[in-house]
Ligand binder design. Structure first.
Ligand code: SF4
Length: 166
């Protein structure tokens, strides 16, 4: 389906990032140069090429499999957060927003689950949070996703999480 983008600023950043990816890391760089990396002129999603996101290097590509934006971030020793659409780098973290009766908005940080995608959720090969390989690593999510969590909740809240859960 491509990745949904969070507004025109994110689209602008993505356009600049796409132009900066070294060509040996970007399987579909020719398609991007000849056309666009966006699905249409609303700039609300990435373009789909051959059934997947234009940035998705396919299995066997010499420059590396997976997201070309992520590979470029690694190549320049930068954070993928600064390169990828927010919907991509935030996965598998989800934020639920709820406005209480007293007008205080509550944000709950949790994992995405297959149920969050409705009937599509049963067919997604990449959904990882409910598989047997989830939560079995040597480091906690608090450590392995510390950059992402800090970006989402802010430094102050992240320190609180560390104090309470670390
Ligand atoms: S992670 Fe990269 S390849 Fe995957 S949808 Fe997002 S931008 Fe496209």
């Amino acid at each position: 389906m491509g990745a949904e983008l969070d507004g025109i600023d994110e689209a602008r950043n993505l356009s600049a990032a796409a132009a900066t990816i070294p060509t040996h890391l970007f399987q579909f760089h020719a398609e991007a140069n000849e056309g666009t990396v966006f699905s249409d002129e609303s700039y609300s999603a990435t373009r789909v090429v051959d059934g997947a996101c234009i940035f998705h290097n396919r299995s066997g590509f010499a420059g590396g499999e997976g997201c070309a934006l992520h590979l470029a971030a690694d190549h320049f020793d930068e954070s993928p957060i600064d390169w990828k659409p927010s919907v991509c780098w935030q996965l598998p973290i989800k934020v639920d927003w709820e406005m209480r009766e007293d007008n205080v908005e509550i944000a709950t940080v949790r994992r995405w689950t297959r149920a969050d995608w409705g009937e599509h959720g049963t067919k997604m090969a990449w959904c990882c949070t409910e598989g047997t390989d989830a939560y079995v690593g040597n480091s906690s999510v608090l450590d392995s996703l510390s950059d992402e969590l800090t970006e989402i909740v802010g430094t102050e809240v992240f320190i609180q999480l560390r104090n309470r859960l670390g």
